[in-house]
Design a binder for this molecule. Structure first.
Ligand SMILES: [Zn+2]
Length: 113
């Protein structure tokens, strides 16, 4: 389950930020997850709760923002919006798409006490 290693990576960032701010308590973590990423939000929440237990982020609120997906369509020669992976180009129906945005996940904000 790769959500566990993602959650551990998030905790690392959170702990570094808490240390940099000399804070012993993190109130909330805001994540951006692309619509085209393979991250399962429920699984990630479960793993986040598990890895943060006993850490500075124990009990912290996890907010998840979904960022839109975009891909480059070869036949159209332009950038198009994509709701999910595996969808065809909304303009021409082609599957020759190169995903450009929406596969990434990042920590957007960390709220410390
Ligand atoms: Zn197209």
């Amino acid at each position: 389950m790769h959500e566990m290693s993602l959650a551990e990576g998030i905790l690392q960032i959170v702990e570094d930020t808490a240390r940099a701010n000399a804070s012993a308590q993190v109130r909330a973590v805001v994540l951006e997850i692309g619509r085209l990423s393979h991250v399962e939000e429920q699984a990630l929440r479960f793993c986040f709760d598990a890895v943060t237990r006993g850490s500075v982020a124990d009990g912290a609120r996890l907010d998840v923002l979904a960022t839109p997906g975009r891909a480059w369509c070869m036949p159209c020669g332009e950038s198009v919006a994509l709701e999910r992976l595996g969808e065809a180009c909304p303009l021409c129906g082609s599957y020759q798409l190169q995903v450009t945005h929406g596969e990434e996940m990042r920590v957007k904000e960390i709220e410390v006490a």
